[in-house]
Design a protein around this ligand. Structure first.
Ligand code: BGC
Length: 434
């Protein structure tokens, strides 16, 4: 048996990401980004969005649908230009409590999913008003124009059958017609990272990187010279799949028990879907190595039973850790509480520093000498709510960019993915009417 302190001394350093480690990851990320752009094998993708920088003059009323795997959001939104907008009506349903649909099960079929989405749209749309609709669909998709995207594969442990290979907006359009909603026309489809970035760029010309740090993780950026395109375009990197990373024992355990081992390695180290499970694995490892067997109660803790919300609670309050331990152990020592809090802290800080490393990789690609101002727009529950997360990203950028750190700002772009769908719909409508 080890003491919790001895356990931490030997295992916790695996979770530390030093400045040289961040720089090494940034270099590997930049290399993979450039390979993806050149269509060479890479753990990143360079998926074109067919969307460029908004002029800030985009106006009008649009519907937007935001399907990310955790929630489904529908917005009826009016754009006024210069970053201003009003949301006339909105709905948000958690897919975990969505009656007869469970998209994490392969028994769920594509028609059930799209009918469900269309029903939520029907609840928000005015019956006879014509709408152009922007669709934020937050999964890796192959796009051939603004309105045509096919799902490459699911992420975030979603398993609904019959969607891979489907033209997503065509399927949505068909479902809208089944709901008797011919007045609603999907005109654009985009990733949530692109939505977040476009929303930030609507009001801030320096915005050129957009990330989601929520249930999933991914980043898009503004490429000035995209291959085969006449001008600048937002590119979705599907960076959650980046794989040149220093893995800890917990990452290997989590990957082995995940739905798709070997895939989405960065996402599995960073995002809210996985952070709770990483902490559960780390906590159990610590207990098994530091607590005599006769002090355990049964059951210990089912896989995936620890959520990102609980991780946030553990960061703030050792009594939340004690409550978790009370169900599993006869005797709790203050040293264990402190050790578990340190593990929670290390995992969250590591997540933020990994995200920052990927941003540095992108910055090196778009502005090697860091001569211009850049704004990194981030949305998602981790960035918004996890204590210390935003500061940890800023700290990592300050540490590594040194004198140039002042050129880079990072900020929350709340609800950017949904609002971005409306801005993208305005862009798509304007170019269609030209
Ligand atoms: C998906 C991305 C998405 C990200 C954030 C990942 O699992 O592959 O397309 O942007 O989650 O929602």
């Amino acid at each position: 048996m080890l003491t919790p302190t001895a356990y931490l001394t030997s295992h916790a350093p695996e979770l530390l990401l030093t400045k040289p480690a961040i720089l090494q990851i940034a270099t590997a990320f930049q290399t993979d980004l450039q390979k993806a752009l050149a269509h060479h094998p890479s753990s990143l993708k360079a998926l074109p969005s067919f969307l460029g920088v908004p002029t800030s003059q985009e106006t009008g009323r649009y519907l937007s649908v935001d399907f990310g795997g955790t929630n489904l959001r529908v917005l009826d939104i009016e754009l006024y230009g210069q970053g201003r907008y009003t949301i006339h009506a909105q709905s948000k349903v958690s897919l975990a409590n969505a009656g007869n649909i469970d998209c994490t099960a392969s028994a769920c079929h594509s028609d059930t999913l799209f009918d469900f989405i269309a029903q939520q749209i029907a609840d928000i749309a005015q019956p006879s008003m014509p709408y152009n609709l922007g669709h934020t669909f937050s999964f890796p998709s192959h796009q051939i124009d603004r309105n045509q995207a096919t799902l490459l594969h699911w992420t975030k442990e979603i398993k609904t059958t019959g969607v891979v290979g489907l033209d997503i907006n065509q399927a949505l359009h068909a479902a809208l017609l089944r709901q008797n909603l011919p007045n609603i026309c999907p005109v654009v489809i985009l990733n949530d990272t692109v939505g977040t970035l476009i929303t930030a760029a609507y009001g801030n010309p320096a915005a050129d990187i957009g990330s989601i740090c929520g249930t999933g993780h991914n980043t898009a950026y503004l490429e000035q010279r995209p291959p085969n395109a006449p001008g600048p375009m937002f590119i979705n990197l599907e960076s959650g799949n980046f794989d040149q990373l220093p893995l800890s024992r917990y990452d290997c355990l989590l990957d082995a028990q995940s739905d798709k081992p070997g895939e989405q390695r960065l996402e599995k180290m960073v995002s809210g879907r996985y952070l709770g499970e990483l902490l559960r694995l780390a906590a159990l490892d610590l207990l098994h190595n530091t607590v005599p067997k006769d002090l355990f109660l049964q059951p210990t803790a089912a896989p995936w039973s620890l959520t990102a919300e609980q991780v946030a609670a553990w960061l703030l309050d050792q009594s939340a850790i004690a409550a978790w331990l009370q169900e599993r152990m006869k005797l709790i020592l203050p040293e264990q509480l402190a050790a578990l809090q340190l593990l929670a802290n290390r995992l969250c800080t590591r997540s933020a520093r990994l995200v920052a490393a990927s941003h540095i990789g992108i910055l090196r690609h778009i502005d090697p000498a860091l001569e211009k101002n850049h704004h990194i727009a981030i949305d998602g529950s981790l960035f918004e709510k996890l204590p210390g997360y935003q500061e940890a990203i800023r700290q990592a950028l300050t540490e590594t960019l040194a004198d140039h750190a002042g050129m880079v700002t990072v900020g929350l772009c709340k609800d950017g993915s949904g609002v971005g769908a409306a801005i993208a719909a305005a862009l798509a409508t304007a170019s269609r009417n030209k």
